[in-house]
Design a protein around this ligand. Structure first.
Ligand code: SF4
Length: 277
């Protein structure tokens, strides 16, 4: 059943001290959750590198749409207003990938630090980015006040990675594994997540086995069906969503693994993964 539409949040009626409307800085896609893509561009967006399910830069074509870069002070103002006026009780930030070895994590840390100073310690803040080659960036995120982190691999099958996410596929899986492991040390078990997409041509048994290995190391996998939304290369290619029965079967198997290992989603963990970063 479709979820009821979320009413326009009250914080969207305001503007920052520098005159920027809050709706260009942050969104509220579901009750209580405030989100922002802090950098709306990605070094991998030009073809042929772009992930085929990604449309991160498309909103920049809309007049009065989201800002390409949200400054820390702007985010702090908008999120504080969302907490005060709309009862936001969790924050989720993501970013397109940057060119540096931190892949955008250090700028995320600056944004988190500013938001944390504005809203205090109680509201969890989750971030999503590519695994930084510079693992120290994970510590910086934690020190800034980040509660949980997503580093989305999409698929653990290198053949599918090269086909669906050619740019990201140049980051070896070993680097994801190192970042997940370090992330669990820094943020704690069940505070590090990754998404596994269904609909790329994967074998369900392989996906479930990969999820089992992730769960065993304290990483929380989210099963996400491929959604070829307008603006993505997958949509342009006429691809469709995977059959619901297949998604349900895989989700059920991964949920059983999560339950068996007591991973219910730590503080700040999203209810679903964002397919960015
Ligand atoms: S999914 Fe991430 S890495 Fe891939 S194109 Fe989009 S923003 Fe860039």
């Amino acid at each position: 059943m479709a979820e009821p539409p979320v009413p326009r949040p009250r914080f969207h009626d305001l503007v920052t001290a520098d005159g920027t409307p809050y709706h260009r800085i942050a969104r509220m896609p579901e009750a209580g959750l405030v989100t922002s893509t802090v950098v709306q561009t990605c070094v991998r967006y030009a073809e042929p590198d772009r992930c085929r399910f990604c449309a991160i830069e498309e909103p920049l074509r809309e007049p009065d749409g989201t800002l390409p870069v949200k400054r820390p002070a702007q985010l702090a103002e908008a999120v504080r207003a969302a907490v005060r006026l709309d009862g936001a009780d969790r924050v989720s930030l993501t970013t397109g990938t940057g060119a540096g070895p931190d892949r955008g994590a250090r700028y995320l840390a600056r944004c988190v630090r500013a938001i944390r100073a504005a809203i205090g310690p109680a509201v969890p803040i989750q971030v999503t980015c590519e695994p930084p080659a510079d693992l120290a960036a994970l510590g910086l995120l934690r020190e800034a006040g980040t509660t949980a982190i997503g580093m989305n691999v999409e698929t653990l099958d290198d053949r599918l990675r090269r086909r669906w996410l050619p740019g990201k596929a140049r980051v070896p899986l070993a680097q994801y594994e190192a970042a997940w492991e370090h992330g669990v040390r820094v943020f704690g078990r069940d505070h590090v997540s990754t998404c596994l997409l269904v609909g790329l041509g994967e074998r369900p048994a392989d996906l479930i086995e990969g999820a089992r290995r992730l769960v065993a190391r304290g990483v929380h996998p989210f099963v996400v069906p491929l959604r070829p939304i307008p603006g993505t290369l997958a949509h342009r290619d006429g691809l469709t969503e995977p059959p619901p029965a297949r998604v349900a079967m895989i989700t059920e198997a991964v949920d059983a693994l999560l339950a068996a290992h007591g991973l219910a989603g730590g503080a700040g963990m999203p209810r679903r993964a964002a397919a960015v970063g």
